[in-house]
Design a protein around this ligand. Structure first.
Ligand code: ZN
Length: 667
């Protein structure tokens, strides 16, 4: 324990010093103090100065030794010097110190951890003791199931809806409830306690904190402004190597990425793409393929076909553009042996994937029919985000209006995607890293759609069950189920004390906004404490609730991090259209068909239920800083034990690397 306390104390002192000096520091060095790397994990060093004339006088010392002349390359903007593709071979503390001719100095202290042998450098070792660590055996495959935005309450709501309660006892447990390991994760990013999904995922798979909106990189001083055409600025940041890249280099593992979102979205991209702009969709999609030789990318499935068809595609649904494309700066492409990228909005990216041996599928029907010997798989099941479980299941039960409106009538569920991904990845005897994202738990929580968020969590849990089945059969697999952050302050308030018909019949509460007694009619419809009772939904053979509201409204969900909205406690017949993650033409079509653009527009104001004043500005609920649960299981080893307890999101990286490379797995 004292060791950790001293590390925390040192970090605090550094943070205080930085807080006082950050705004004014004329010279800065990256990686920042507090960065941690594996032995031989690659990263870029960057020295930045606010005075371009001083860059020529900059010297960089690594552990007191000056870097040889020419080891640092000036960037194209006169704002900094880069030494790319560096690594440390010796575990322990290392110092980076930069000086310039004006007498300025910048120092960064970083730590290097050896994943190949046992050590007591972090909590896992202390929790386990030497005996536990010795029993850790080989982990060949790592499956990370990431329920985006999934806090403890989302898990509770899914369990209540799926299994019900009798006499105070849950009538069943989720697959994730049954995993032996349970811990908490602290989710802060490099620049905020409130992370978005880019660092939220990136921190797990680089071992380092990224800034919000950035993935696989450290921040720099050449951030691209929205009016700036120079897309190199979004792709020139100092990189840090991903788990997928490191394990592919060390062990020859494959990478699988599966999501229900558009695959340009932050969580999937933060496993394989290095960018300071999570919204640079054309470049993000291109880089998946262009750098697949480094990540071992073998499976990529989700929505987002709009980035894969040329900008002049006759469908009209392409989103490829020069403004969101990428080119790498010369020093970066040279240092890593990468093609420099190109501004090529008319690229046929599906064709390019196929040319590199990827089987391409566009529907569930295609997916279940892939040949048994498939080793590389690209699945794009929607133009932007895939539809949510609620609307996909409605289609399977004979109500396809929503999926038809999205031009995606035949989409797989997440457990079907997981199944296919595992079959393909399992063909690599050297193992794999697979990230499976339940993306809409977050998105529907932002939109304050309780039913869709809860169904989404049930869909996610069915994918968890598939992963656990695989791990048990395989005998060498680590399964983690977690989130990147909590979204919306999701909380279960109770149950309705009115029937659906009664709720529908309540008058609008518009005009009853003040503190009045007895208050808006729909406020009085929430049964709390003992009047909440127990929810027991009828479940169809497909595993989802048979009827949404079941005569009553057995679960009423509130949102503690909400924006202004109206609440009628009824399930919402139409999803709010996904604003950032759909092609423009499709958004126009959906608006014409009456799909609400924002949550507060779900109905005309006169029918909208009661107005809830949000605590934040904007139109959607926001992420919170709540710690999130992490569940763990491993077959053939005790690796799961390392994830018990409270941990930082970056700790998870080192624990995974150790599980994959630790003593039990050496040749
Ligand atoms: Zn979110």
């Amino acid at each position: 324990m004292p060791k950790d306390v001293s590390r925390v104390a040192a970090t605090l002192v550094t943070a205080l010093l930085l807080a006082g000096a950050a705004a004014a520091a004329p010279l800065r060095v990256t990686p920042p103090s507090g960065a941690r790397f594996l032995v031989d994990q690659r990263f870029d060093v960057r020295v930045e100065s606010d005075t371009p004339a001083l860059l020529a006088s900059v010297k960089l010392y690594v552990d007191g030794q000056p870097l040889p002349p020419g080891a640092m390359q000036a960037d194209a903007y006169g704002k900094g010097l880069n030494a790319r593709n560096r690594s440390f071979q010796r575990p322990g503390r290392h110092e980076l110190r930069a000086t310039d001719g004006a007498g300025n100095e910048a120092v960064s202290s970083v730590e290097v951890i050896d994943p190949f042998r046992d050590h007591d450098g972090f909590d896992a070792g202390q929790a386990l003791g030497d005996e536990g660590l010795r029993r850790q055996g080989p982990v060949r495959n790592i499956i990370i199931l990431l329920g985006d935005g999934m806090g403890a309450s989302h898990r509770t709501a899914a369990r209540l809806m799926r299994y019900g309660v009798e006499g105070g006892h849950a009538r069943g447990l989720l697959a994730m409830d049954r995993m032996p390991g349970l811990g908490l994760v602290m989710t802060a990013s490099l620049n905020s306690i409130i992370t978005d999904s880019a660092p939220g995922m990136s921190n797990y798979v680089t071992g380092n904190k990224a800034n919000n909106n950035q993935e696989g990189v450290f921040p720099d001083n050449t951030l691209k402004a929205s009016t700036d055409a120079d897309s190199r600025k979004s792709f020139d940041n100092p990189r840090v190597e991903y788990l997928s890249e490191y394990l592919h280099r060390k062990r020859g593992t494959s990478l699988g990425i599966v999501t229900t979102a558009d695959i340009e979205d932050a969580t999937p991209a933060a496993n394989a793409v290095h960018t300071a702009d999570r919204n640079a969709g054309t470049g993000v999609a291109d880089q998946y393929l262009d750098e697949s030789f480094r990540t071992g990318l073998a499976v990529l499935m989700g929505g987002g076909r709009r980035w894969f068809v040329p900008s002049n595609d006759p469908s009209g649904y392409s989103s490829r553009s020069a403004a969101t494309d990428y080119v790498l700066p010369a020093d970066l492409s040279l240092a890593y042996g990468l093609a420099p990228g190109a501004i090529d909005p008319t690229r046929n990216l599906i064709g390019d994937f196929q040319a590199q041996g990827f089987q391409y599928v566009a529907t569930r029907t295609d997916l279940v029919a892939i040949p048994n010997d498939t080793t590389r798989l690209l699945g794009l099941f929607g133009w932007g985000n895939m539809n949510v479980a609620y609307d996909k299941i409605a289609a399977r039960r004979g109500h396809p209006a929503v999926v038809d409106a999205y031009h995606a009538p035949d989409q797989p569920m997440l457990d079907e995607l997981a199944d296919a991904a595992l079959r393909v990845l399992d063909r690599n005897p050297r193992g794999f890293v697979l990230m499976i994202e339940g993306a809409h738990i977050d998105k529907q929580s932002h939109l304050m759609d309780a039913e869709r968020a809860t169904w989404e969590t049930i869909e996610f849990d069915r994918a968890v069950a598939k992963a656990l089945d695989f791990a048990r059969r395989d005998g060498h697999t680590l399964v983690l189920v977690t989130a990147d952050h909590e979204c919306s302050g999701f909380s279960i308030l109770g149950a309705s004390n009115k029937t659906i018909a009664q709720l529908e019949g309540l008058p609008s509460d518009v005009g009853v906004l003040g503190l009045v007694t007895p208050g808006p009619a729909r406020q009085a419809a929430v049964g709390t404490y003992d009047t909440a009772g127990f929810p027991n939904y009828a479940i169809d053979p497909d595993g989802y609730p048979a009827a949404l509201d079941d005569g009553f409204k057995p679960l009423q969900i509130g949102f503690g991090a909400n924006a202004d909205r109206f609440e009628d406690w009824l399930s919402k017949p139409l999803p709010v259209r996904d604003n950032p993650l759909l092609p423009d033409l499709l958004k126009t079509e959906l608006a014409a068909k009456g799909y609400p653009i924002e949550p507060y527009q779900r109905k005309p104001e006169s029918e909208n239920g009661f107005f809830v004043r949000g605590q934040v500005s904007g139109t959607q609920a926001v992420h919170t800083a709540s710690d999130i649960p992490i569940s763990s299981y491993s077959s053939g080893s005790d690796a799961w034990r390392a994830f018990v307890g409270v941990q930082d999101n970056t700790d998870v990286f080192f624990k995974m690397a150790k599980a994959a490379l630790g003593r039990g797995d050496r040749d």
